[in-house]
Design a protein around this ligand. Structure first.
Ligand SMILES: Nc1ncnc2c1ncn2[C@@H]1O[C@H](COP(=O)(O)OP(=O)(O)OP(=O)(O)O)[C@@H](O)[C@H]1O
Length: 369
């Protein structure tokens, strides 16, 4: 099973440009998480920081006891072997055929015999549906095939954590559906911890167990998928409805005068309604069941009372009363400073990073939205 990844107080700048600060969240072991955010909010920088390819100035990323930010280089290098990375374009070597591209990490990092390498490569190519294309060059195949080849290469070292950067970029809606299904099937087969960066609304609504969003150099929130999918936060609601109305502008956040003018012209963020929740994808028939689903049910049922009513109801609808641990509709726990029918409470600071706790965003306002 995959390992959990605990991120504490992570802050990254390039020179005077602060990309994000104080990111605190935990990727639950073996579950699929998605990180959203408008273009340029530093999602790729975040992925690279998790694996130690970029060095944040502050904070920690803990993977099996190794801090991927502050540990000695040799420890980071060793821990990096737990990760499989799939970058946007597959990052394949143009002069190597797919077999050699996918075999590359095995030849580079292990002493396996060629016969063993062949078995592993062919098995991973089968998982991503590329059997028969071993001899093709990256330039001879479609963008979707290149992505799947990049994914196969990310899988050859049996990663416990898989980071995937925009698996849908450049793909048509049909191929995106296949990629969505592939992510779920992959999780069912290898039970790895997965983090996907995407803007794609289909992937967002059908794939992840958990979701977070980066915006204005902060983590708006991170928690069960239902928390974001039902969120009334203006930036989250705008992003998930793909609307022009709201605080997110073309190149940057809008100022108050622009929002007021848009509202006068009928472009109001109040029209951004949460999209109807659709069921999460199941593994393809014949695949093993996804153990993450069972683990997550247990985890989220323990945090239901801390969630806003809409998120809680959406989760309850997927649980039996005994799984929920109390009758549906029981009152949300009221904590100091939180209105009875308002947003559910933020995480106590002491719980930073606990996988069973929803309070893993920067959530500077101190409330779930
Ligand atoms: N090595 C680097 N040196 C300097 N600035 C960088 C570097 N890498 C990224 N940046 C800057 O960090 C910011 C965030 O980039 P990043 O690619 O992480 O955004 P993103 O959220 O993944 O965007 P998109 O959704 O468009 O892919 C950008 O302004 C980018 O120019």
């Amino acid at each position: 099973m995959g390992v959990e990844v605990t991120i504490e107080g992570l802050t990254k700048s390039f020179g005077r440009q602060n990309i994000w600060e104080d990111l605190t969240l935990t990727l639950p072991a073996g579950e699929v998480s998605v990180m959203l955010g408008p273009s340029g909010t530093g999602k790729t920088v975040f992925l690279k920081s998790l694996v130690g390819l970029l060095k944040p100035e502050r904070g920690r990323v803990l993977v099996d006891g190794v801090d991927m930010v502050n540990s000695p280089t040799k420890d980071i290098f060793e821990a990096r072997k737990k990760f499989g990375l799939m970058f946007q374009d597959g990052a394949l070597f143009g002069s190597m055929n797919l077999f050699d591209n996918i075999a590359f990490p095995l030849r580079e990092h292990t002493k396996k015999k060629e016969s063993e390498i062949r078995d592993i490569v062919m098995e991973r190519m089968e998982i991503v549906g590329l059997l028969g294309s071993e001899g093709k060059l990256p330039g001879e195949i479609s963008g979707g095939m290149r992505k799947r080849a990049g994914l196969a290469r990310a899988l050859v070292l049996d990663p416990e954590i898989i980071l995937v950067d925009e698996p849908d970029s450049g793909l048509d809606p049909v191929r995106t559906s296949y990629i969505s299904q592939l992510m779920i099937d992959l999780n069912a087969q290898i039970d790895a911890t997965m983090l996907i960066v995407t803007h794609n609304l289909e992937i967002i609504s059908t794939v992840p167990d958990n979701m977070g969003m980066l915006y204005r150099r902060r983590l708006v929130t991170f928690g069960p998928r239902e928390l974001l999918l039902t969120s009334a936060d203006p930036a989250v609601a705008q992003f998930l409805s793909g609307s022009r109305a709201g605080p997110i502008g073309m190149a940057e956040e809008k100022d108050a005068a622009t929002i007021a003018m848009e509202t006068r012209n009928g472009l109001s963020a109040h029209t951004n309604k949460p999209r109807p929740l659709v069921p999460q994808l199941d593994p393809t028939p014949g695949m093993p069941p996804r153990m993450a689903v069972l683990r997550r049910k247990k985890r989220v049922s323990g945090m239901l009372h801390t969630l806003p009513p809409a998120a809680r109801q959406a989760i309850e609808a997927t649980l039996t009363p005994s799984e929920a641990g109390y009758p549906p509709g029981a009152p949300t726990q009221q904590l100091p400073g939180v209105p009875a029918h308002g947003p559910a409470p933020a995480a106590p600071a002491a719980h930073h990073g606990h996988p069973g706790h929803p309070g893993q965003g920067g959530n500077p306002g101190g409330q779930w939205t």
